[in-house]
Design a binder for this molecule. Structure first.
Ligand code: PLP
Length: 432
């Protein structure tokens, strides 16, 4: 579709006062599939993947999409079709990625706590590499590989001791006191051990310093730290195939442009041109964040304690980011109503927690019960962090491409919520 990196595609726009996804009015989707509802614009997802591929096209480049951001099969399948790989953190994500058609060699398995079975299924599937985060993990992986007789490909995830700029400490992963990664000096020894092990195949080096980073500078700092180690490993006779600089590229939650792949490329490419390494990046949020909205319907408008609460049918169970770490999301009426006064409100959900909110202290043209709100930039870490707390059914997910609409995941039912549960035989209820 030839989308330029200079003009990222608008995933949702207003036509005649009505918010649309592609050619489809969001209000019609809410009528058809009910609320709360996730809607993703697949063409916008594709444009963002292509934006990265264009920006880094001069290098051998693999986009390993971070499945944790949004693992819906329809979304993953669109990304797979563009030749992208996947960054995964569990056996469940491995199955999703494979089922969606992602090529195993482009799948990279990260995470500080991989289980033996997950290692085995990754090796058997032929994934690109395990990103090892501790000495114990490396030893266990070697043991599992030896047991099944197939060498395990590895990279070590480096902890470069960089405190990335962040709106919340929970999104920082590259500082020494975080649980992630291995300090360079320790990593050098592990590489040396792995290099000599008959059932480990050293392939690359990885780093991921945090999320929602809007400035290329911390990536440069992280790259320099990793390149210094690549050089040392070269001196030890260990040649690497790829360098994975992680993900975390910031999106425009407040309507700003976010970190453009082109700006990142301009900063880091000069350092990488002569190195002969494949570059792997693991963007999640920036691929799907702006391509998704959460649609909610207003249940009540409640005035209490000097405040105005807009109570909607979506809350922390559908979108955890605001209550988990103060994540900001724009909230807009789906259909603009000219006659509404603006008021300062809290947009809250129905969950029995004071921490259940979607937006706080926000000036909004006051909606009425029954009207629809769109929570923007909810395509990443929305459904994937959704829960069944308060025995709430997780919402449906719909994908749109131009004028085409597909129900990519049906809404859960109350029956789904009790599937797999049972009452012990010895209770009267079960006996009766
Ligand atoms: C190792 C790793 N790679 C990539 C990502 C993706 O981050 P983002 O969605 O912010 O791009 C994460 C996020 O937690 C991660 O832990």
């Amino acid at each position: 579709m030839g989308q330029s990196v200079l003009t990222p595609m608008v995933a949702f726009d207003r036509r005649g006062g009505e918010l649309h996804c592609g050619d489809v009015p969001l209000a019609t989707l809410a009528e058809r599939f009910e609320t709360p509802l996730y809607v993703y614009n697949l063409a916008a997802v594709e444009a963002r993947v292509r934006g990265f591929q264009e920006a880094f096209g001069e290098l051998d480049f693999v986009l390993a999409y971070a499945v944790k951001a949004n693992g819906n099969l329809a979304v993953l399948n669109r990304i797979a079709g563009l030749g992208a790989g996947a960054d995964i953190v569990s056996g469940g994500e491995l199955q999703r990625a494979l089922r969606a058609g992602i090529v195993p060699e482009r799948i990279f398995f990260a995470g500080v706590g991989k289980r033996r079975e997950e290692m085995e299924s990754g090796i058997r599937a032929g994934i690109g590499a395990f990103h090892v985060e501790s000495e114990g993990e490396l030893r266990l992986l070697a043991q599992v590989a030896e047991e099944i007789g197939v060498p395990a490909p590895i990279a070590v995830r480096i902890n470069p001791d960089i405190l990335s700029p962040a709106f919340h400490e929970y999104t920082q992963t590259g500082h020494a006191s975080s649980k992630f990664g291995i300090p360079p000096e320790v990593a050098r020894e592990l590489y040396s051990w792995a290099h000599r092990h008959p059932f480990l195949r050293v392939r690359g080096i990885a780093v991921h310093i945090g999320s929602q980073i809007l400035d290329p500078a911390p990536y440069l700092e992280s790259l320099d730290s990793v390149l210094a180690l690549v050089e040392e490993l070269g001196a030890d006779g260990i040649r690497l195939e790829y360098l994975d600089l992680g993900g975390g590229f910031g999106v425009g939650y407040e309507g700003d442009p976010g970190l453009a792949p082109r700006d990142l490329a301009m900063a880091i490419l000069p350092r990488l041109r002569s190195k002969g390494l494949t570059l792997v990046l693991e963007p999640g949020r920036t691929i799907v964040g702006e391509a998704g909205v959460l649609l909610t319907r207003v249940l009540q408008v409640k005035r209490s304690g000097g405040k105005v609460f807009v109570v909607t049918d979506g809350g922390m169970t559908e979108l955890l980011r605001p209550s988990h770490y103060g994540g900001f999301h724009r909230v807009e009426p789906v259909v603009l109503q000219e006659d509404r006064p603006e008021e300062r409100v809290d947009v809250v959900g129905p969950v029995c927690e004071t921490g259940d909110f979607l937006a706080r202290d926000r000036v909004l043209s006051l909606p009425r019960p029954g009207e629809l709100l769109a929570v923007r930039t909810a395509g990443a870490y929305g459904f994937s962090m959704a829960s069944n707390y308060n025995a709430r059914c997780r919402p449906a997910e719909v994908v749109v491409d131009g004028s085409r609409v597909h129900l990519a995941r049906r809404r859960e039912t109350h029956e789904d919520l009790v599937r797999g549960e049972s009452i012990p035989r010895w209770t009267a209820a079960a006996d009766g």
